[in-house]
Design a protein. Structure first.
Length: 235
């Protein structure tokens, strides 16, 4: 190889377009990572002190305990992760943390119904039907919080879900004007936890934007009085 060939710039360096695209992609990746890191730090840092024990929650006198939905099986049985959330909420209800429970989940089709499965489980544990309200359009954490305030008229809530999920739930609640605390439903360890943790990081970033722009939920709905009949939310 002659000296001229040795000194000749690489194809990448000689192609201005290719070089620009490559540097642009690297820049976008770095910005995305920075945004992910900063927004996750904000969500966790601003809500950590709102995560309390069941004993502390017993004296909260909140308007309602909000249970966030998760997988239910075709026969209506809650999955193990949802069962932990429900057991946590039922224990809080019995301790007097709030007089009502809002079951908020996905009931977007006739073939999939998280909410009634959640309600039936609580009733089998002895919670009176009149104290169980159903939010059939809780399609996301953000939407559950939005509807808790704007449809159910709650001013203060206690959220029941696992710790990894509580940070985002509480961030959404506070960002929408609710006085919110959360009690972790960390009764079991799940083999899918790493996957959930990885999914939760971009979900927190997304919800920071949702709060920033005060995005509307998929469905609104007529106001529902938590002091009125819970049967108004049957469906």
């Amino acid at each position: 190889m002659d000296e001229q060939s040795k000194k000749r710039p690489s194809l990448w360096w000689r192609s201005r377009v290719f070089r620009g695209v490559t540097l642009g992609l690297i820049g976008c990746i770095l910005l995305g990572c920075a945004f992910l890191g900063i927004t996750n730090a904000i969500v966790i840092g601003t809500t950590s002190e709102r995560i309390i024990t069941a004993e502390e929650a017993a004296g909260q006198d909140a308007d309602a305990i909000l249970v966030l939905g998760a997988l239910v099986y075709p026969d209506g049985r809650p999955s193990d992760i949802l069962k932990d959330r429900l057991d946590n909420a039922i224990a809080l209800y019995r301790a007097g943390a709030a007089p009502k429970i809002i079951m908020s989940g996905d009931h977007g089709t006739t073939s999939y119904d998280e909410v009634n499965g959640m309600k039936q489980y609580a009733m089998k544990q002895g919670v009176p039907e009149d104290d169980i309200f159903c939010d059939h359009a809780g399609f996301s954490t953000y939407e559950s919080m939005h509807r808790a305030e704007n449809v159910f008229g709650a001013e203060s809530i206690i959220v029941s879900t696992q710790t990894y999920h509580l940070y985002r739930a509480l961030y959404d609640a506070v960002g929408l004007g609710l006085e919110a605390t959360g009690v972790p439903a960390d009764f079991h360890t799940f083999k899918e936890q790493l996957i959930w943790d990885l999914r939760e990081a971009p979900a927190r970033s997304k919800d920071v934007l949702m709060i920033l722009f005060q995005a509307p939920p998929t469905y609104g709905g007529d106001p529902i009085d938590l002091n009125g009949p819970a049967s108004a939310t049957d469906g």
